[in-house]
Design a protein around this ligand. Structure first.
Ligand code: SF4
Length: 344
């Protein structure tokens, strides 16, 4: 556990960020606008109503919604007052936001254009200071294209976000070699992917080449170590209370869901409502030791997903956090009194 002494595993929280910094999860405070001050927004969301499971859309009311908006590029053009993330899917859209960003742009989410070498050459020559979040939907086929980012990574802040799919580990290794923060969206992982996630965790804990956080492990370790009340929904930027996703029609939608059921509920309360419904229906969340950091994350959108493998993964994270704790304690004991007084 050689990295434990240099890790900041202080209790995480929703702190204000200093700048639009990507890839640091809770511990570095991505959630400037989500600092527990989101109130009174009516919406429609998926979930369980009267025992009938639905999944689908949040339909936000006309009230201003103070969470971070994640919008397709064309829709982002209309944003003037509230912080937002622009989703780009073409070279033209990418250049537009790099060259002339609107004031409330927080970062650019780049989808489906990792293979566009010319685009990344252009980005490497851009003097924009806007951060980029690169989405990999199929790590096994896309990972080798990460090499195309070498020059661009030298001059821009990148985060690599990837869906947990087979081939994940190779993509994580390459992103780490580029010193990029990584965000892994686990969704409802298969047994094969769970095995790979354990390898990623081991890589994160022990590979000397890892310099930047690999989420969700980084913040989950911090939560497990510090006992704070953060959740996977927030770590992964999938809690509608803080991160609200829009489609091209301006409709808000829940993460990992494409259906159109509409049920009145506040986005701020979606996660709480989801977990409460699971518990009321006797789902395994009711007695799950990982309920606090998970909040039913792995039971969405399919509430019948079996968490056996996920719970094993949580146990591995817990064991790693315990080891870090022991390591830090023995490190503190090993230091001389003069070392300690020098720091005071
Ligand atoms: S790990 Fe599974 S059972 Fe436990 S709280 Fe999360 S979704 Fe529920």
């Amino acid at each position: 556990m050689r990295r434990s002494q240099q890790w900041d595993l202080g209790v995480p929280g929703l702190r204000s960020r200093q700048r639009s910094m990507l890839g640091s999860g809770l511990t570095d405070g991505i959630l400037a606008e989500a600092d527990g001050s989101i109130d009174g927004v009516l919406a429609a969301a998926g979930g369980s109503i009267d025992g009938d499971w639905r999944s689908g859309y949040i339909c936000v009311s006309e009230e201003d919604y103070p969470s971070l908006r994640i919008l397709p590029s064309a829709l982002a053009e209309t944003q003037s007052d509230l912080p937002f993330v622009a989703i780009v899917r073409s070279r033209e859209e990418l250049y537009r936001w790099l060259s002339n960003p609107l004031p409330r742009l927080q970062w650019i989410q780049v989808e489906g254009m990792l293979g566009d070498s010319d685009a990344w050459t252009e980005v490497a020559h851009s003097d924009s200071d806007v951060s980029l979040d690169l989405i990999l939907s199929d790590p096994s086929s896309e990972f080798s294209d990460l090499y195309k980012l070498v020059d661009a990574c030298a001059v821009h802040d990148f985060r690599v976000t990837m869906l947990a799919q087979p081939g994940l580990l190779k993509a994580v290794r390459l992103a780490a070699a580029l010193a990029c923060p990584v965000r892994i969206l686990p969704g409802q992982p298969t047994a094969e992917v769970l095995a790979e996630l354990k390898e990623v965790l081991d890589f994160y804990l022990h590979a000397p080449t890892v310099e930047a956080p690999i989420e969700f492990f980084h913040s989950l370790l911090a939560i497990t170590y510090g006992g704070d009340a953060g959740s996977l929904w927030m770590i992964l930027e999938e809690d509608p209370a803080a991160f609200l996703q829009y489609d091209i029609n301006g409709q808000t939608r829940l993460p990992r869901s494409n259906s159109f059921e509409s049920v009145e509920i506040s986005p701020r309360k979606f996660v709480e409502h989801h977990l409460k419904s699971l518990v009321e229906q006797g789902a395994e969340c009711a007695t799950c030791p990982w309920q606090q950091p998970c909040r039913g994350y792995f039971k969405w959108p399919d509430p019948t997903y079996s968490c056996k493998g996920v719970k094993e993964l949580f146990s591995v994270v817990q064991a790693a956090a315990d080891e870090i704790g022991r390591d830090l304690a023995s490190y503190a004991l090993s230091r001389s009194p003069s070392d300690r007084s020098d720091e005071q």
